[in-house]
Each structure stands twice: as structure tokens, then as C-alpha cells.
Write a protein that binds this ligand. Structure first.
Ligand SMILES: [Zn+2]
Length: 153
């Protein structure tokens, strides 16, 4: 474990059809790689990445799931039902106290220190602002965070 203390050690790889679910998993604190972020669509390549990086493949392709050890096969099209399917498979889904993963790129988020200058569109750092170490995006618990919390129930 590399400094993660939230117990969310499971790592995922999601197929091209699961972009929204990828964001949800990242917001829940999981290391979730997304096929299209990697420019990968071929089944064999997905299986290779899952194997090499020890990621659980999550896919709506039943054939691919059947050929991949430990893969999660989802059937739902909407993200809320997909979350229910993952929960049924034993994946804990809830938002952590603070954002840990960048929903856009899966990078780690670090708190922005009080007094550090931030772009105009971000809230004051004292209200809780995080920055992605990979894409440099800024995050805070805004309406999107609350929306996902509601959807996760
Ligand atoms: Zn990022």
C-alpha cells in the first residue's frame, strides 16, 4: 500500500462503455483505470492490462468477462444500477470524507494549503480544495459531489 489509509485497495479497469461508472469509482476513492483514457478497446489488450496491473476488469461484454479471471460482468446501462451490481459483487461504494482520486484522470488529490493562490472559479481553500497531482485540476465538494452522494444513497 502506498500511503492509502482508506482501505480501498482494490484496483479496477473499466471498459469503454463504463466512463461514468469510472468517475464514480474514483470519487469513492478507488484506483480506477478507464479503457479510453488508455486508448484501448481491444479485448486482449484490456485483459493484458488487467493482468499486468492486477486490476479487476469491469465490463458489460459478457464474452470478455467470461474469458477474464475475476472479472465483474455488469448488465445495467445506467450508472446507479451498475453501482448496485458492483455492491452485489462486494464492492463498497460510498464517498470518503475527502476526495482522494481525480474523477477526470485517476491521479491522486492533495489538499491545497490555506493561503495558496487558486483560480478564480475555485472556492476559498479554507472551504476544502484539492488539486490533482497528475492533471493539475482543482476539486472541491460542490454540487456534483452532493449529487453523487445522493445517487449512491
Ligand atoms: Zn487529474
Amino acid at each position: 500500500m502506498s500511503g492509502d489509509n482508506d482501505g480501498r485497495g482494490e484496483r479496477f479497469l473499466l471498459d469503454a462503455m463504463l466512463g461514468k461508472l469510472t468517475t464514480y469509482l474514483r470519487m469513492c476513492g478507488y484506483d480506477a483505470a478507464y479503457a479510453l483514457d488508455r486508448d484501448v478497446e481491444a479485448d486482449d489488450e484490456l485483459r493484458r492490462i488487467a493482468d499486468q496491473e492486477e486490476r479487476t476488469l469491469v465490463t458489460r461484454d459478457t464474452d470478455l468477462a467470461a474469458r477474464t479471471d475475476g472479472a465483474f460482468s455488469l448488465s445495467a446501462r445506467d450508472v446507479e444500477t451498475q453501482c448496485d451490481e458492483l455492491r452485489a459483487a462486494g464492492v463498497a461504494l460510498s464517498l470518503p470524507d475527502r476526495p482522494r482520486r481525480c474523477g477526470r484522470c485517476n491521479g491522486r488529490l492533495e489538499p491545497v494549503e490555506d493561503g495558496v493562490e487558486t483560480p478564480d472559479h475555485t472556492p476559498d481553500p479554507t472551504a476544502g480544495v484539492w488539486r490533482c497531482g497528475r492533471c493539475n485540476g482543482y476539486f472541491w465538494k460542490g454540487s456534483h459531489w452532493e449529487d453523487v452522494r445522493r445517487r449512491l444513497g
